[in-house]
Every structure is written in structure tokens, then in C-alpha cells.
Ligand binder design. Structure first.
Ligand SMILES: Cc1cc2nc3c(=O)[nH]c(=O)nc-3n(C[C@H](O)[C@H](O)[C@H](O)COP(=O)(O)OP(=O)(O)OC[C@H]3O[C@@H](n4cnc5c(N)ncnc54)[C@H](O)[C@@H]3O)c2cc1C
Length: 400
């Protein structure tokens, strides 16, 4: 038996919830599918930049555990130099740069807010599924076979929002032109773990304080190690993000448990880590061209920023763009979505080029940060998503 659905969304993470929120708020009826029960763990350091907080339709203050006004950027100097040592730049602002949350609680909070949005006249039905078995697209609808605890079921909807993340099925099931061209080949990968503050000294072996927000470009090429301070623990991780002309897979392979353990020992002095988890980061989405009746959003569309590894902002913005395209009543929803996605994709295309340049020679980027204007631009771009043209102009001025 086939069930008719108004709007189908696969995935209830930040992208799926952002889309469901706006659709339900506008009176539409959404079937939101996820293969996990919430609250659920999702590997993520959950650094929420100012632009992310601004993009959300509601305050997430109840789940913010810490607000950071300073970033510590670290980098190894040339190991062949007579006295190799880590160099450090501290960038401080009056306004908060990044809010820290724990992803499990953040996602559950966003889901609850989204379900409340349905009070405006629309509805959201949240359903747990085991997996998606098949996706068929015809000129006027999508048919979606799902497997649940009750067996196989077919759903039919005029449109599907694929919000099931980097490991999700919708990006794989969308064949040919639908699939983001370079996504999955360009994906990044990151591993994380948590370490409670209690056994840690006031000055950590890596030279920083336990509550510092640290991005460290020393441990691996094409990415960074991080220390993100939460209420009662540090989220520590290593990730490779940079698109490195044929070397991406080699870089990703370096992101191992051994690397993370070694990094944790170096920075925090701990020798064991409980609960190491990791996941791909969907990338390459600056080339994604939405077509047909499946709108990919967030990591499923490959929209993680390759310079910073940040993906929650893109997930929210793309989810909202997909909802706006559906609500526009356009005869070509995919083309409308493509137009609404363009500003984000332009920023990601710039990040793609900047990541290639920066990660090829991070020491040059560090040199540029000696200039106050450069530090403030980089910080503003990370925190606020400053239009890339301004950053480009400043870069060009400094390098000529
Ligand atoms: C270690 C690590 C650290 C990170 N740190 C940060 C950070 O500090 N800040 C930041 O902005 N970004 C960070 N990111 C990136 C960020 O986690 C992602 O970009 C973001 O979660 C993307 O949101 P999404 O909604 O597209 O996908 P997801 O958050 O992955 O949500 C997808 C949802 O779909 C569900 N799902 C999967 N498959 C199916 C299926 N077949 N059917 C139905 N549902 C399905 C999943 O259960 C999940 O709920 C990090 C990523 C990693 C791996």
C-alpha cells in the first residue's frame, strides 16, 4: 500500500529540522524520517558560530554550555629548523565568536522546537525507520520505499528533502545529475572524544588552559586538531577537510585513533580516551546542482566548509532554502532551490580555493595573521560569514 505524503524529509539533524520548521510554520504537512531515536549521539564538536546562531529561528541558549570570545590558533614550525616549536596566535573580540554545545542535546532541543512549530497550523509526523530501501522518481512524484519495524512501506510525495547527512542514503540513491558531482570523493573525515576537566591541570601540557578554544594546524596536513571547551569536559578531535588535488584520500587515512590518542597525550597529558567516534563530512557541494524532485541539503549535499570543517550553519541555511523553494509554489522547485542556495555555494567555492591555498602552506597563512586587519577578517569570516569578496580584496591587497 502506498501512503501519500505532502512533504517528505529524510533526516532530522540540523538540515532536516530547519526545513521542517519553516514548512510546518507555513502550514504544510511534513513526514520527518530518521533512522535513530532522539536524543542520539552524533560525532560533532558542536561549535556554533555567530552566523549559525543567527540563522536559527529560535534561541538555543538553554543548551549553550559556554561562550568563547577568544580563539587560539596553533601551528608547528618547520621541523627542520634548529629550534622547532609550536607558534600561537590568539584572536580576541568583545563579541562572542562561538557558542559551545553538546551535539546530542543541541539536536534534541532543535527537534523539540521544530515539533512545536507545527502548532502554527501545519503538522510534523516524526517516524523512526530502519532504512530506505529504494527511491524512484517520476515526472510528478517521488516514491520512497522504507523499512520500518512493521516491514516494507511505500511513501509517495511531490518532493523529498534529503537531509540524512554524509553517510545517508539519499545522496547515494540520487543517481546521475542529481548527485552532487564531487561529493563523497571530496568528503572530509574527523574523529572526536571527550575528556572531563577534573583530572586536568590549570596549564595543559600543550601550553593552553582547559577553557581555551583551540584550532591547531600542527598534527596533520589538510586539517587540524581542536580543543572545544564545554561545561564539564573538553571535546578533543582531529579532522582532515582540505580538498588537496588527488591527495584527499591520503589525508583522510591519516585521521586515525592512534593520531587522536597521540594528540590527546600531547595536548592534555591523557593516555586513554573513552568513546572515540568519527564520521565523514559531506563536501564538494559548491558544485551541487539541484534537479528534479529530490532536494539535497546539509551534509547530504556536501555543504561542509572545507576551510573550517564547519557544517551546521550550511545545514540550517540549506534546509531553510529548500523550504523556501517549496513554499514559493514555483513550477520548478529545484531551480528555485538552486537560486536560493547560490550565495552559500559561492562562499563555499571561495572556501574551497582558500582551503587549498591555506593547507598547502599553513605557515604562510600564519604569517598573514601578523596583520591585525587580517586577523579580524579571518575571525569575522569564521564567526559571521562575511561576504567572501571582502576577504578576497583584503588578501589581494596584502599579498601585492
Ligand atoms: C567529528 C566532527 C566534528 C564536527 N564539528 C563541527 C562543529 O564544531 N561545528 C559545525 O558547524 N560542524 C561540525 N561538524 C560538521 C557537522 O556535524 C555536520 O556538518 C552537520 O551535522 C550536518 O548536518 P545535517 O543535518 O546535514 O546532517 P546530520 O547532522 O548528520 O543529520 C543527519 C540525520 O539523518 C539521519 N539519517 C542518516 N541516514 C538516514 C536514513 N537512511 N534514513 C533516515 N535518516 C537517516 C541521522 O540519524 C541524522 O539524524 C563536525 C563533524 C564531525 C564528524
Amino acid at each position: 500500500m502506498t501512503h501519500e505524503v505532502d512533504i517528505l524529509i529524510a533526516g532530522a539533524g540540523p538540515a532536516g529540522c530547519a526545513a521542517a520548521y519553516d514548512l510546518a510554520h507555513a502550514g504544510r504537512h511534513v513526514l520527518l524520517l530518521d533512522k535513530r531515536n532522539f536524543p542520539r549521539h552524533k560525532p560533532c564538536a558542536c561549535g556554533l558560530t555567530r552566523k549559525t546562531l543567527k540563522a536559527l529561528r529560535y534561541s538555543v541558549d538553554p543548551v549553550v554550555e559556554r561562550v568563547c570570545h577568544e580563539i587560539v590558533l596553533q601551528q608547528a614550525t618547520d621541523p627542520n629548523s634548529p629550534r622547532p616549536r609550536n607558534s600561537e596566535v590568539r584572536v580576541k573580540t568583545r563579541n562572542p565568536i562561538c557558542a559551545m554545545a553538546v551535539r546530542e542535546r543541541f539536536d534534541n532541543f532543535c527537534l523539540q522546537q521544530t515539533l512545536l512549530a507545527a502548532r502554527q497550523g501545519g503538522s510534523i509526523e516524526l517516524r523512526k525507520i530502519d532504512r530506505i530501501a529504494a527511491l524512484r522518481e517520476s515526472p510528478d512524484s517521488i516514491e520512497f520505499d522504507i523499512i520500518t519495524s512493521r516491514g516494507l512501506e511505500t511513501l509517495r510525495a511531490p518532493i523529498l528533502i534529503g537531509a540524512d547527512g554524509s553517510n545517508g542514503q539519499t545522496r547515494r540513491l540520487c543517481h546521475g545529475a542529481q548527485r552532487p558531482p564531487s561529493a563523497q570523493d571530496d568528503d572530509g573525515f574527523a574523529l572526536e572524544a571527550t575528556v572531563p576537566y577534573t583530572p586536568l591541570p590549570a596549564t595543559l601540557p600543550g601550553g593552553t588552559a582547559p577553557h581555551d578554544l583551540v584550532f591547531d594546524f600542527a598534527p596533520l596536513p589538510g586539517g587540524y586538531g581542536w580543543l572545544f571547551p564545554k561545561a564539564d569536559h573538553i571535546n578533543i578531535g582531529v579532522g582532515a577537510f582540505a580538498p588537496a588535488a588527488g591527495a584527499s584520500h591520503a589525508q583522510i587515512k591519516q585521521v586515525t585513533r592512534a593520531l587522536l590518542l597521540d594528540y590527546a597525550q600531547q595536548k592534555l597529558g591523557v593516555t586513554t580516551l573513552a568513546h572515540i567516534t568519527g564520521q565523514q563530512l559531506g563536501m564538494g557541494g559548491h558544485n551541487y546542482i539541484p534537479r528534479g524532485r529530490v532536494l539535497l541539503v546539509g551534509d547530504a549535499a556536501g555543504l561542509v566548509d572545507p576551510l573550517t570543517g564547519e557544517g551546521i550553519h550550511s545545514a540550517i541555511v540549506s534546509g531553510q532554502a529548500a523550504a523556501a523553494a517549496i513554499l514559493s509554489n514555483s513550477t520548478n522547485i529545484a531551480a528555485t532551490y538552486a537560486r536560493k542556495l547560490t550565495p552559500l555555494q559561492e562562499t563555499l567555492a571561495f572556501s574551497h580555493r582558500a582551503a587549498r591555498a591555506f593547507y598547502a602552506q599553513p605557515e604562510r597563512g600564519f604569517k598573514a595573521m601578523r596583520f591585525r586587519v587580517m586577523r579580524s577578517l579571518i575571525l569575522k569570516t569564521y564567526a559571521d560569514g562575511l561576504p567572501h569578496t571582502r576577504l578576497l580584496t583584503a588578501l589581494a591587497k596584502l599579498t601585492t
